[in-house]
Design a protein around this ligand. Structure first.
Ligand SMILES: Nc1ncnc2c1ncn2[C@@H]1O[C@H](COP(=O)(O)OP(=O)(O)OP(=O)(O)O)[C@@H](O)[C@H]1O
Length: 273
C-alpha cells in the first residue's frame, strides 16, 4: 500500500509531537491512492515546504529515499534535517508539496529523547516491546514471534544484559540503543533515525550502523540523520540539506565532495574560495 500526504492532510500544521522517543507517525491520509498499483520503491518528497508557526524551514524539497538502501541526511545545524524526517514520519505536516511513503505500516521514527517520564517503572525490554505494540496495537497480546524479535533486537544492539533494568537507570548511550531497538522491531518499510549515534561510543555506533544495513537488506528504506560525514559516506544514498533546500542528492561519493561540503558548511569563506 502506498500512503500519501500533502497539504490537505489531517492534523495541525507545523507542529511536531514533542518529546516522543520512538514514534510511529499518525496514520497518513491516503488521497486518491490506487491500491492495485505496485508499491513504490522509495520514499518520495516532491516540492515539500514545511515549517513551524508560519516560519518556513523546508523550501520546496524534492528527494528520493530508496527502499533496500541506507540513506544519510546531512547538513549544517538548522538545515532542516529533523524537520525532513518529521515530515516523512507524518509528525510535521507539510504546508505544500507531496510525501509518498511505500508503507502499509507507519514509518518508525527514532529520536534522541525517550519522551517517557523518568519515574515510569519501565524496563528496557518493555521499551523494546512497545515497538511491537506499534505493529500489533496496544491491546493485543504479543505473540511468540514478537517476543523473539524483541530478544533479537536486544541482542543486536548489545543490551540483552540490560533487559530487566529500568530505562531511567541507563546511561544516555544505553538508552539510545534501547530506542533504536524499539525502532527496529517495528519492522516498518521506512525506518527513520534522527542522529542515532550522537554521543555514542564506537561499539554503539557500529551496532547502530549494522542495524541500519540489516534493515536495508530486508528491503527497508533505512534513513538516518548524521553529522558524521565518514558515517554518511558509508551509506548507499545521501541527501545534503542546507538552508532548508536540497543542495545535492545521490551516491555519497558524488554528494560529499570537498567543494560541496565546504560550500554547504560555509567553510569556503575560511579557505579563500
Ligand atoms: N518544534 C519547533 N518549533 C519551532 N521551530 C522549530 C522546531 N523544530 C525546529 N525548528 C526550527 O527549524 C529549523 C530547522 O530545525 P531542524 O531541527 O529541522 O534542523 P536540523 O538540520 O535537524 O538541525 P541540527 O543539526 O541542529 O539538529 C531551525 O531553525 C529550528 O529552530
Amino acid at each position: 500500500m502506498t500512503q500519501t500526504t500533502n497539504d490537505t492532510g489531517a492534523g495541525p500544521p507545523g507542529r511536531r509531537t514533542p518529546d516522543a522517543g520512538v514514534r510511529a507517525g499518525p496514520a497518513l491520509p491516503s488521497h486518491g491512492t490506487d491500491t492495485t498499483a505496485p508499491e513504490p520503491a522509495e520514499v518520495a518528497l516532491d516540492e515539500v515546504s514545511a515549517g513551524y508557526d508560519g516560519t518556513t524551514v523546508l523550501h520546496g524539497v524534492t528527494a528520493r529515499l530508496p527502499r533496500g538502501a541506507v540513506t544519510a541526511i546531512v547538513g549544517p545545524n538548522g538545515a532542516g534535517k529533523s524537520t525532513m524526517v518529521g515530515v516523512i514520519a507524518g509528525v510535521v505536516r507539510p504546508d505544500s508539496g507531496r510525501v509518498t511513503t511505500p508503507t502499509a505500516t507507519r514509518p518508525a521514527l527514532v529520536v534522541q529523547q525517550s519522551g517517557l517520564p523518568e519515574q515510569l517503572p519501565i524496563t528496557v525490554r518493555d521499551v523494546v516491546r512497545m515497538g511491537r505494540w506499534a505493529r500489533r496495537g496496544p491491546w493485543r497480546r504479543l505473540r511468540r514471534d514478537d517476543h523473539r524479535l524483541v530478544e533479537d533486537a536486544l541482542d543486536h544492539l548489545g543490551i540483552a544484559h540490560l533487559a530487566r533494568r529500568r530505562l531511567s537507570t541507563l546511561s544516555g548511550g544505553q538508552r539510545q540503543r534501547a530506542l533504536v531497538a524499539q525502532g527496529l522491531v517495528q519492522h516498518s518499510e521506512v525506518l527513520l533515525l534522527d542522529e542515532p549515534a550522537a554521543g555514542l561510543d564506537v561499539a554503539a555506533q557500529d551496532a547502530i550502523a549494522a542495524a541500519l544495513h540489516s534493515a536495508a537488506a530486508d528491503g527497508t528504506a533505512a534513513v538516518h540523520v548524521t553529522h558524521d560525514l565518514a558515517d554518511a559516506d558509508r551509506a548507499d544514498h545521501c541527501v545534503l540539506l542546507a538552508g532548508g533546500r536540497v543542495l545535492a542528492e545521490g551516491p555519497p561519493a558524488d554528494v560529499l565532495t570537498h567543494e560541496v561540503v565546504d560550500h554547504a558548511w560555509g567553510l569556503d569563506r575560511y579557505r579563500g574560495r
